[in-house]
Design a protein around this ligand. Sequence first.
Ligand SMILES: *Cc1c(COP(=O)(O)O)cnc(C)c1O
Length: 570
Amino acid sequence: MKETTKIKNSKELKEINWVENIIRPNIRELKPYSTARDESNLKCAVYLDANESPYNSGYNRYPDPHSIELKRVAAESICKQLSRFIDPEVIEEPFMPKPENIFAGNGSDEAIDLLIRIFCTPGRDNIISLSPTYGMYKVCASINDVAYRELSLNTDFSFDKERLLQMCDSYSKVIFLCSPNNPTGNLLKKDDLIWIIERFHGVVAVDEAYIDFACDAGFIPLIDNYPNLVVLRTMSKAKGMAAIRVGFAISSQKIIAYMERVKYPYNIGRVNQELAVKALRESDPTLVETVIGEREMLAESLRRSPGVETVYPSDSNFLLVKFADAKQVYKSLLSAGIVTRERGDVAGCSQTLRITVGKPLENRALLSVINGGSSNKIGDCIELSRVTKETRVQVRIYPQGGRDSDIRTGVGFFDHMLEQISVHSGISMDIDAVGDLNVDPHHTVEDVAIVLGEAFKRMISAKKGYNRYGFVLPMDESRAEVLLDLGGRYTFVWSVSFSGERVGEFPCEMFRHFFSTLSASGLFTLHISAQGENDHHKAEAIFKAFARALRIALSNDVNAYQTPSSKGVI
Ligand SMILES: *Cc1c(COP(=O)(O)O)cnc(C)c1O
């Protein structure tokens, strides 16, 4: 059955009607469903063609069936990523994808399924991959009644290219190679991949779900050289958009055109198309850099941790870690509220866990459990989130403290002030807010105050006793006085004036707004006054004094701090 000798080299493939020869005949002949909107290219029209509701609900019209805008922005974003990593010495004229080279799917899982359906005749053909690797190739093959052949990786997680090619016969249609590979984390060797692509007569799909973490251009620049190459990318990992289910296949126009014909007509909803476009335009490369930095820190620390046998090198956003007793580590992490993925039953990965790199705070919590230290249960935290048109705010507070805080609102000075609240109150805080800072910080500051206030309210009501407290805090020439009563009633008194409009970039009027919103949302009484020359000092003194007052008001040792009151302690 071995027909590797018949295989055309990919340069020859370019010359012949290669795709037509290997594609399933029914797909080659398929007359695709034509959507109503395909046939009219009027800009502005009365739409009586698709049996939609004529009444505007915001969503009454079908979405763009071809995701044109999304593909355009995806092409731009990919070109930007490629130009960052391409070495002009190695590739003189790298291929840059155009929208016609891109298929946009309901996750890259849709692209995996489509490739199998387009090229493999059920009950006859087969696909080939490595082991261990991403589970969806095998699942999609089974669903389509296509045989699945796998070659075990070597112990260093590389693969034997000659043996892989020997596994192919004339019924082998697609080879899936995941690079960086899941769950082993490593990039496959470029030369090995090219060797396979040049010799295999079918399609080679290189799944680059994790390529952003590898600091490598990947295989898209070679698409023009190899008509049988398909690259898969996703919005689900580095782009941070797993919830919207959008992924891409990038290849020759010919293969993409077949994928377009076979997909469901409106495979990506309008909201998801719009959110994907927005995320690609606004993607912040520093987040990926932070994850890469954390990955290296985590790998280094884990190598020194008890019970850890091997931390495999990773080009992705996770680490495959071999433990002396992985099950035990898995359980102790779980009982601390940290979920990891057991991979011990996967061939070649015995006693391993796959650990996704989290935020700094989360990674340190993980390390603290693995190192046998005490970790407050994540379950002991109060977690709240709020999504509006203007902002997305996620707040976790750990009333017992003992963790580093991780605060990210996009407003540097505000982060610094929130850190003061955390440090001086002893409450660890994980605040992750994304807002319309292109307008101004108003919504971001306000919505963080609303969510944080609500979290404080829950923390206060979970306490046995309330207290009231005041604190005076000097800061160089400035001083701030904060009186706080956690009695469940909202009153806000503010006697502070700032001499300038802004501290750095931060509008001074927002200080008052932050604290009034916080106390309204948290249902407590708050009096703040401050004097001084320097606005920055004054602001900082207010935040610190507030935090100190809060710390003491929340203290169980009421007598130590009690402010005399005719009503006593509430
Ligand atoms: C996570 C992942 C994907 C992403 O699939 P989507 O359907 O786009 O979410 C693809 N391939 C691999 C190897 C993955 O690990």
